[in-house]
Design a protein around this ligand. Structure first.
Ligand SMILES: Cc1cc2nc3c(=O)[nH]c(=O)nc-3n(C[C@H](O)[C@H](O)[C@H](O)COP(=O)(O)OP(=O)(O)OC[C@H]3O[C@@H](n4cnc5c(N)ncnc54)[C@H](O)[C@@H]3O)c2cc1C
Length: 293
């Protein structure tokens, strides 16, 4: 099928894009990499009256060192650019390791970090990683700018805190501490497919091998990426022994109330969510232990 008719604008400056959003916000869609939006348009599952193509907007694609460590990434930065960035690999190895799990390189050549976060597919990797890393999202409209923490950004099924007149401009990713470890694990039917279940985690140990902090986010299980707070709590303040990941994984499995769909049953997701959590935590602890040894 072909998309329903729409008016097309290709602004060259952020301010021009914001002015267009001010005029047409309610009926407009931003076009970034088009890897999620174009199929929706072609199937007529989305019928925006106006398309604002931001691909020619200057200064929206960049990777910079953040003010106090970490990274500042422009929303239009292609996923493939992140995958190849030495800066991302050194400042945010979890983000770097995540990108190759997204689709195939042809899709990552066009797909952007901002598009993936704004699209907020519950099975997508980047929203889960943004939550684990405590990312901040910079949203700008013609009347000002605000910064939204990832925990307040993902509201529900493909729904975010972005208002119709706002553009996602930048993603700020705090650096991991020296003694931190991380991992991402997922199960997909074929390489490059969306995950049926996935988990991203980051842990922090002190010199006594005690877990100072743990963040565990499951994706592909519900309406949005889910932080598993009881399991995290079980790890904090405890020595990072071999049994800890299994106990936290059991809590994840118990607490998950996943969706069932054509890809997997709820029982499968509960079981596999636990198994992946154990594996991810084991890897994350090993990385943290190596970092402080
Ligand atoms: C075959 C296939 C397999 C895929 N597999 C995976 C996968 O395994 N994992 C995964 O995570 N993704 C997967 N994707 C999706 C891919 O990662 C997309 O690139 C991504 O979801 C959307 O990014 P985009 O830049 O293409 O955004 P677009 O498709 O251009 O836009 C997506 C949505 O975000 C909005 N938007 C985009 N940029 C902004 C902005 N700066 N401010 C406000 N709103 C904005 C758009 O209006 C639209 O609603 C797959 C896609 C395909 C086609």
């Amino acid at each position: 099928m072909k998309p329903a008719p729409f008016a097309y604008y290709a602004p060259q400056e952020v301010d021009e894009a914001l002015e267009l959003l001010k005029q047409h916000g309610d009926e407009a869609k931003i076009l970034a990499g088009g890897q999620s939006l174009m199929p929706l348009l072609s199937l007529r599952l989305a019928r925006p009256g106006v398309l604002i193509d931001i691909n020619r907007v200057a200064n929206l694609a960049f990777v910079r060192r953040g003010a106090n460590g970490g990274l500042a990434i422009g929303a239009l930065t292609r996923q493939r650019a992140l995958e190849r960035s030495a800066e991302v690999a050194s400042q945010s190895p979890l983000l770097s390791a995540t990108i190759p799990l997204i689709a195939h390189f042809q899709i990552r050549n066009r797909g952007t970090i901002g598009g993936s976060l704004a699209h907020a597919d519950p099975a997508a990797e980047l929203p889960a990683v943004a939550l684990v890393l405590g990312a901040e999202l910079v949203l700008r409209s013609a009347s000002g700018e605000r910064v939204v923490h990832a925990k307040d950004f993902f509201l529900g099924y493909m729904t975010t805190a972005i208002e119709p007149n706002e553009l996602l401009i930048e993603i700020r990713i705090p650096g991991l501490r020296q003694q931190a470890g991380w991992a991402i694990e997922e199960v997909a039917r074929r390489r490059g497919d969306f995950a049926m279940v996935g988990v991203a985690t980051a842990v922090e140990l002190n010199g006594n091998n005690t877990c100072q902090d743990a963040r565990i986010v499951l994706f592909g299980v519900g309406e949005k990426p889910e932080r598993m707070e009881r399991a995290e709590q079980l790890l904090r303040g405890q020595e990072a022994t071999q049994t800890q990941p299994a106990e936290a994984a059991k809590a994840v499995s118990e607490d998950l109330d996943p969706v069932a769909d054509v890809h997997a049953s709820a029982e499968y997701r509960k079981e596999v969510g636990g198994v992946l959590t154990r594996r991810a935590l084991e890897k994350a602890f090993r990385r943290a232990q190596k970092a402080i040894s």
